[in-house]
Each structure stands twice: as structure tokens, then as C-alpha cells.
Design a protein around this ligand. Sequence first.
Ligand code: NDP
Length: 374
Amino acid sequence: METRRIFLQKASLSAMALTVPTLTPFTAMADSISEFTRDEKTLRVAIMGLGSYGTRVAEAIQTCKRVKLVGVISGTPSKVLTWREKYGIPEKNCYNYENFDAIKDNPDIDAVYVITPNALHKDQVIRVAKAGKHAISEKPMAVNAADGQAMVDACNAAGVHLLIGYRMHFEPNTLEAIRMRKSGELGDIRFFQGLSGFTIGDPTQWRLNPELSGGGAMMDIGIYSINGARYMVGEEPIWVTAQEVKTNPEKFKEGIDETITFQLGFPSGVIASCLSTYNMNNLDRFYLNGSKGWVEMQPSTGYGPIKGMTHKGPLDEPIVTHQTVQMDEMAAIIFDGKKPEVPVDGEEGVKDMKIIDAIFKAVKTGEKVTLSLT
Ligand code: NDP
């Protein structure tokens, strides 16, 4: 229930919204943020890494009910200036990669959303945890399971949440497919297919540099089929086999996978057959087959709208901005202890990293690799 204090703050904010001119002076916008920060149930977030996805998340936060963008951590001063102007971020909430440990002394920031290249997540999340702030990490949480576990341990030791940016776990059509499977409408689940891929451009980008990406398509896009296989089937895989094809070794160097097909085996006998690639366009499809019905989603993990068909007709759930819903739900997880239908905690991220480790091992050895995720 809203306290009187929060109600009054909101009322004064609304009044301010009526009186502030359209071209809000910079200092007035900064003031409006410090006003907002008095609402204890609003998750006040700083974004680390103001790149393409960070920009999308920042925009999505603007329509959140319980989340406010209040800070930035960036290595690019010109971006910081633009973001300050655009979102009314006060200077005292702006950091760079050298000085962001000082965020521990900033009571106006609750959480840091790490949206940098994959290989940087581990150290950055651990520093955020040591600063006593909740950490949200983009996927993949790390570049292997050991690093992911180190992040989980650091956040546990600091008593802060670690959440992974699995936006599909809050997407309504995805949740309806999961509901159908759980309710038995699909009968016994027998098979899942996940196809995840796109054609990657610029050969100089960090995604094609193993030092920063930790891998190629698998870390970036194949992870959607891995994670999707788990939430669509509703079990944890117990073995994996995998095969790699590389048509352009110059672009996809050692340590950067171009195309990998992989198979997952589940305890009930369900099998999943998946494809991860940086060399095919329009690959974004899930198919779940059970003894009584089926669900097909295409696109299945893109920004939306997600489109789905089932044995009984189309999936027709509301179209949402994934990142807006994700952030509001994360505020509820942090403040209210809400348990999402599919977890987004660090342990969930480590499971995907263990599967990726096993896929890479299976590619290398040609062997079936057994998994123990439970
Ligand atoms: P970008 O390259 O667009 O942005 C990354 C940003 O990280 C840069 O702009 C930069 O911001 C910062 N950065 C810090 N150190 C480096 C470095 N050494 N090299 C390059 N950039 C650096 O990448 P994306 O935004 O596309 O991806 C970032 C993360 O988000 C990845 O982990 C990716 O997997 C994930 N992602 C998740 C998506 C989802 O749907 N959940 C979709 C897209 C990406 P600055 O200049 O401010 O320092």
C-alpha cells in the first residue's frame, strides 16, 4: 500500500510536471531526480556501458512504473553529457570504469545494470557487489561457468541481488506457452527445436574479439536457444552433443564460433535440437512438441512482437516492451521478494554457462558430455 509520504511526493512530482516548461533547464531536471529518489520502492538504476543495448534499456526504463534511471558508468565522456541532458542525470551520479567503486558512498543509486562486452561482466559485477549495490548483468553473465559462479559468490557475500537480463522470462506469449506446457495442454513433452542466429557485420567489433566476447554466436545468440530449451521443456538437460561448422575462418577466428548445432538430452527422454549461428539471417524460431499439442514461436526471442501459433490457435498475448516489463519485475524481485515464473538470478545464469562450457567441450572432443545442473 502507498504510504502518505510517497503519495505526497508523487503528488508534488505531478504538480511539478504541470509547471516545468517543455525545455526543462538541466539543473531543474537533476532536481526532479533527487525528488524522485525519496521514494524507497523505486529501483534507482545506473547503467554501465552506454552502447546499443544500454541505450535501448534506458529508453525502456522511461515507461517503467518502479524503475528510474539515475546514473551512468561510461568510458566515453561525450555520451555521459548526452545522457545527462536527455535523462536529467545529476553529475554526482556519473562515473567511469576507474572510479565507479566510489558508488558505495552514493545513497541515491540502488543497482547497477552492467551492459558491457561479455568478458567484462565478471569483474564489473564483483566490483558493484563490493560497493554494496544490487547487480543486474546482461547475458551471457560471464564467459564460463567458473566466472559466473564467482559473480554469484561475490553477490551472496555482499548481500546484494544478482539478476541476469533474461527479458524473455517476462514476455507474455512466452509465459503463455510455459503455462500451456505446465497445465498439461501439450501432453507429454517430446521435442524442442531452437534456432537462433543472424549475420554479423563489422569484423572489427568486440563480438568477434575472443578477449572481449569469450566466444562467438553461442555466447551472443545461441544462448537464447539454450535458455529457451530449458524454460520451454521445463527440465534441466543431462547431456549435450555438438558439431561446429566454420565457413569463414578469417572472420571467425580461433575462439569465435560461427555456426554450432547442438543437441540436449533431458531426464524424461525429451530431446532438443538447436542451431546457433553468426552466418544466417532470420533465425529466431522455437518449436515445442508434446503428445497432445504443440507451440511454435517465430520470432521467439527478438525484441518483438513475439508471434506464436499452437495446435489450438494463435498465441495472442499483449505486446509489451520487453525491457520495461523486465525492469519493473526486477524491482519487484528486489523490493518485494517476488519469485518470477522462470528465475533470472545468478544461479540461472550459471546453468546456461555450464551448458555453454559443455557445448564447447563437445565440439572439441566430438564426445557426448554429461551435465549435472540440479
Ligand atoms: P555495444 O558495443 O553496443 O555497447 C557496449 C558498450 O560497453 C560500449 O558502448 C561501451 O560503452 C562499453 N564498453 C566498455 N568497455 C568496452 C570495450 N573494451 N569495448 C567496447 N565497449 C566497451 O554492445 P551491446 O550493447 O550490443 O552489448 C552489450 C551487452 O549486452 C553484451 O553482453 C550483449 O550480449 C548484451 N546484449 C543483450 C541483449 C538482450 O536482448 N538482452 C541485446 C543486445 C546485447 P561506454 O562508451 O559507455 O563505455
